[in-house]
Design a protein around this ligand. Structure first.
Ligand SMILES: N[C@@H](CCC(=O)N[C@@H](CS)C(=O)NCC(=O)O)C(=O)O
Length: 131
């Protein structure tokens, strides 16, 4: 891979997230030999779960917000799997509307809660909270 005039050796690159393409040339890397010219910092990839249904404008808005931040999530369709609906109710303290969003197993809430968390800084905090 060539970036500018510098040759990077990609065979040791560990993929941390498709949305996090951060190369740090010349950074210290005790595990790589002298012929390698980069290191890749390890990021904790947040686990994001979105409980949703097929027809759900608020789900679309929530996913668009996550997407705009380069985040990935797993979608749990409660209209397809009733057991997942029960699980959503249990995990969210009885919330019945979709979406219900969880980040690193912490309940965020619906779309409006996600927006509020983004504005307050709570979302950034949650995204950094992977164990
Ligand atoms: N304030 C909630 C609204 C969510 C909402 O109304 N979702 C709709 C689907 S888009 C829903 O679950 N409707 C079913 C119901 O109200 O029981 C949010 O921001 O997530």
């Amino acid at each position: 891979m060539r970036i500018g005039q510098r040759q990077y050796h990609l065979r040791h690159l560990r993929k941390v997230s498709v949305h996090r393409h951060c190369l740090f040339p010349e950074a210290a890397s005790p595990t790589l030999g002298a012929s390698h010219h980069f290191s890749v910092p390890e990021f904790a990839v947040p686990k994001i779960e979105v409980y949703s249904t097929a027809v759900c404008p608020y789900c679309v808005s929530a996913k668009n917000l996550l997407k705009s931040k380069g985040l990935e999530w797993s979608e749990v369709r409660i209209d397809i799997d009733p057991a997942q609906r029960d699980l959503m109710l249990a995990r969210s303290g009885g919330r019945r509307t979709v979406p219900q969003i969880f980040i690193n197993d912490q309940h965020v809430g619906g779309f409006d809660d996600l927006v509020a968390a983004d504005r307050s800084g709570k979302l950034a905090e949650l995204l950094g909270s992977a164990a």
